[in-house]
Ligand binder design. Structure first.
Ligand code: COA
Length: 260
């Protein structure tokens, strides 16, 4: 598909989305959010794409936030609608995808950029990355899930401090907080991330999708994660992947998963 603000590529089962507005430090305007939704949806529905990696163009920024120029004059209703639409189209959509999504944070991940990275299933940062939720410095609060996902990842006290100070943390601090899983030199970021994607791809896509749903369940209103786990565990037994995985183990060979 032809996109204006993002570039998508596929290689060996890995779908890569690169946000491409380098002159605006890859800031997320509404058009970019819509394109990201389409790209994630088409990778998720393509059975040959096993893992999705999202990153930003250039050496400076993953995403420097929502595009401030777009919402500076919004009314109360327009502000609420911006947050609601963004959460539905992109941030919750990514968090709930059955295909694993890894954020490769290659520089600034601020505001909506960090919120996008936090929607992904996990994060890997380059050593120059800087992360923060600076919204209160603009007189607004995080609106793309940041007040919920940051405390889930780093704990309430750290989230309170980061949001209240509007400060930035470096990659090593983010790792020590559990916000990113690994920190690597910038030149190695994509290869390293693809290496982890390749390990994921050896496993059952069906089981991975069910594990994502079970892990996410404890963060959803009115859902009991343990019950979702039991239900999804049971469902696995009726799948081709389960038959293949257990048979391959007993036959001492590598499994070949269909994802069904
Ligand atoms: N929205 C819109 N435009 C943005 C942007 C954003 N969130 N972040 C950066 N840009 C634009 C700048 O306006 C500038 O555009 P211009 O060249 O047309 O003036 C361009 O990207 C480069 O940014 P600049 O500020 O000149 O780079 P810098 O290296 O001096 O500073 C940052 C980098 C990330 C510290 C700074 O851009 C910044 O603070 N951005 C906003 C971060 C933020 O508050 N995000 C949360 C939004 S809710």
């Amino acid at each position: 598909m032809n996109y204006q603000n993002i570039v998508t590529t596929t290689e060996n089962g890995i779908g890569q989305i690169t946000i491409h507005r380098p002159s605006k430090l890859n800031a997320l305007n509404v058009a970019t959010i819509q394109e990201l939704h389409s790209a994630f949806e088409s990778f998720d529905t393509d059975a040959t794409t096993k893992v999705i990696i999202i990153t930003g163009e250039g050496e400076k920024a993953f995403v420097a936030g929502a595009d401030i120029s777009e919402f500076a004059h919004f009314s109360i209703e327009e502000g609420a609608q911006l947050a609601a639409q963004g959460q539905e189209l992109l941030f919750d959509f990514v968090a709930d995808l059955k295909t694993p999504v890894i954020a490769a944070i290659n520089g600034f991940a601020l505001g909506g950029g960090l919120e996008l990275a936090m929607s992904c299933h996990f994060r890997i940062a380059s050593d120059n990355a800087k992360m923060g939720l600076p919204e209160v410095s603009l007189g607004v609060i995080p609106g793309y899930g940041g007040t919920q996902r940051l405390p889930q990842l780093v704990g309430k006290g750290r989230a309170m401090e980061l949001i209240m100070t509007a400060g930035m943390i470096d990659a090593e601090t983010a790792k020590s907080y559990g916000l990113v899983n690994h920190v690597v030199p910038q030149a190695e970021l994509l290869e390293f991330t693809k290496g982890i994607a390749t390990k994921i791809m050896r496993n059952s896509p069906m089981a991975i999708g069910k594990a994502i749903t079970a892990i996410n369940a404890s963060y959803k209103d009115g859902e009991n994660g343990f019950k979702t786990e039991i239900k999804n565990f049971g469902k696995c037994f009726g799948t081709e992947d389960f038959k293949e995985g257990t048979t391959a183990f007993l036959e001492k060979r590598k499994p070949s998963f269909s994802g069904k």
